[in-house]
Design a protein around this ligand. Structure first.
Ligand SMILES: O=P(O)(O)OC[C@H]1O[C@H](O)[C@H](O)[C@@H](O)[C@@H]1O
Length: 277
């Protein structure tokens, strides 16, 4: 197992490699995982048109949304954590773990006037990647936050992908602004798909001809968001190729509807785990 500091397409990043050859790359910007190679194959989608300028949101990998999800609040979309540079936190790292931390500073207090630290631990195991977010209130006043691990899974062809595990879950279909209980045992993706589900306890499974991947998450992340922009929105997104939608599916572990309240000194943890079947 080796940890290296690297330059990933111009971005400072950390890279961890197992003896097996599996590897993970995490950019200091946003503590965003940008690559997970498992058994010789890239498992995360990173748009070939992603903006890698050191501050714009990066289209792909595992963006961290904090302390806001989407436009559900006054902050920039998905909060500011994905736009700022985090620090490597070697102390909190272990043999198979990369750790990065973000503390409040003058810039974050301009957006959000609170004292906090957010830590991301990325654990690389054979056939498995676990991403754990820890949020602490380092001040005296209580505050609330929303968060998401906005994972872009790489798929060979979205028309061959099936997502299982959401039948019976409460769903808000954001495309149609419709609330209902999911009836489908298997979801398929033929057009824009953007839905927030009550997270199923057993997680979900993404299957395609090349194999299956299971996605599980902590109960503290109470929602699973499923997003694929489809052909029209993909063409409108400047940082995605027109056919980008074919090669990705976002399965996000999120905390949206009921924000977390942390009193001074309080701490919260949420995780998502990806594992090859
Ligand atoms: O374009 P971004 O700001 O990265 O957001 C990308 C997407 O994130 C989530 O999946 C939301 O549910 C979508 O509504 C949003 O379009």
């Amino acid at each position: 197992m080796t940890v290296q500091t690297i330059n990933f397409h111009g971005l400072p990043a950390l890279r961890l490699e197992l003896h097996s050859g599996d590897s993970v790359v995490v950019a200091l910007q946003g503590a965003q995982v940008l690559s997970w190679v498992c058994e010789g194959k890239e498992r995360l989608y990173l748009s070939p048109r992603a903006l890698l300028d050191g501050h714009s949101a990066i289209r792909g990998g595992i963006p961290i949304c904090f302390p806001q999800f989407n436009l559900r609040g006054p902050l920039p979309k998905h909060g500011f954590a994905r736009n700022v540079v985090w620090q490597s936190d070697g102390d909190a790292a272990g043999d198979d773990v990369l750790s990065l931390v973000l503390h409040d500073d003058a810039a974050t207090r301009e957006w959000w006037p609170h004292s906090f630290s957010v830590r991301l631990r990325v654990r690389l195991l054979p056939r498995r990647l676990r991403v754990e977010l820890e949020v602490a209130n380092t001040g005296g006043e209580p505050w609330t936050f929303a968060a998401a691990l906005h994972t872009y899974l790489r798929v060979d062809d979205i028309s061959d992908v099936a997502l299982e595990g959401l039948q019976g879950a409460r769903r808000w279909d954001a495309v149609r602004d419709d609330r209902h209980v999911e009836t489908a045992a298997v979801l398929r993706f033929t057009s824009e798909f953007d839905s927030v589900y009550a997270a199923p306890a057993q997680g979900v499974r993404v299957t395609q001809p090349a194999g299956a991947l299971s996605v599980t998450q902590s109960a503290s992340l109470s929602e699973t968001v499923v997003w694929n922009p489809g052909v029209d929105l993909s063409a409108r997104l400047a940082d995605m190729p027109d056919d980008g939608f074919r090669h990705m599916l976002c399965v996000e572990a999120a905390r949206i509807d009921e924000p977390v309240m942390l009193t001074g000194g309080g701490q919260w943890t949420g995780w998502q785990e990806l594992s090859l079947d």
